[in-house]
Design a protein around this ligand. Structure first.
Ligand SMILES: [Zn+2]
Length: 271
């Protein structure tokens, strides 16, 4: 089967609206994207033809001709892959991002990209077989370190030896035959909050992830903000002092050296 994706920015916005907000009437969609009734009908027809959108019965009448409801097509399936420092989690969702199946297992990210990504692809295949998914519509991959977003590659990740510039996006796209996005895990968690969490009602916020490492994702104007070098909001290695505890990055006194898991345990033992 051939993967399908939206053909233009209007189609992408329509699919995003239906994915994030559930079924909507044609009238609501036309208002949201600023398309006339005839232009909207043409774009929706293409999305229906391509199997991304389907009709979902008549909408409540607002007077005049009754509008029909649209939703993401029932056959759309996305996969999410979260690579953590010591764990890999794979999920398959429907078109509105409801989780249909999930599997997780321990892994050491330091063994390098080939074995880790190879296992991730196997786990996606396992879930696809369980659910009978012939073709994925898209895959999102979160990595526990800096990512060059336009390239879809890790960018000098301190705790991931061998991963620098490894073609993660190309690997998944080739193995799974569908569009793939790769991003830093904190950016993805910020997007998750925007989609279904406390960020739903805010257009501008920052998400701080505290754990083994410290991450930070920025959402500005409702969309992720990555900056010119994809590292906007990367606060983990901001120096707080010149002679603080040593950090995984090789420097001393970084925020992460104080507030990451190891730093907190060290401080507790010292106390
Ligand atoms: Zn550091």
């Amino acid at each position: 089967m051939v993967p399908v994706r939206p053909e233009n920015a209007y189609q992408a916005r329509l699919v995003r609206l239906l994915r994030d907000g559930g079924a909507r009437s044609r009238v609501e969609l036309g208002d949201a994207v600023g398309l006339s009734r005839s232009k909207l009908a043409a774009e929706v027809d293409r999305l229906v033809e391509r199997g991304l959108v389907e009709t979902a019965g008549p909408a409540a009448s607002r007077g005049g001709r009754r509008s029909s409801m649209l939703r993401v097509a029932g056959g759309v399936r996305f996969a999410g892959v979260v690579v953590g420092a010591d764990r890999i989690t794979v999920t398959v969702t429907d078109g509105e991002l409801t989780v249909l199946a999930e599997v997780a297992e321990p892994i050491d990210v330091r063994v390098g990209p080939e074995p880790v990504l190879g296992r991730a692809v196997e786990l996606v295949g396992k879930l696809r077989a369980e659910l009978g998914v012939a073709q994925l519509t898209g895959v999102g991959v979160g990595l526990p370190g800096p990512v060059d977003f336009p390239d879809g590659t890790p960018a000098s990740p301190a705790a991931m030896p061998g991963w620098h510039r490894f073609p993660v996006r190309e690997t998944f796209a080739a193995e799974l035959g569908c569009p793939t996005l790769v991003d830093n895990d904190a950016n993805m968690m910020a997007l998750g909050e925007k989609h279904a969490g406390v960020g739903r009602t805010f257009d501008d916020f920052l998400y701080v992830k505290l754990g083994t490492a410290i991450g930070c994702g920025l959402v500005l104007g409702g969309t992720p903000y990555r900056g010119a070098t994809s590292s906007a909001g990367d606060i983990a290695h901001l120096p707080l002092t010149e002679d603080g505890p040593s950090c995984a990055c090789g420097e001393t006194g970084c925020l992460e050296a104080y507030c990451g898991d190891l730093g907190l345990v060290g401080a507790a033992l010292a106390a």
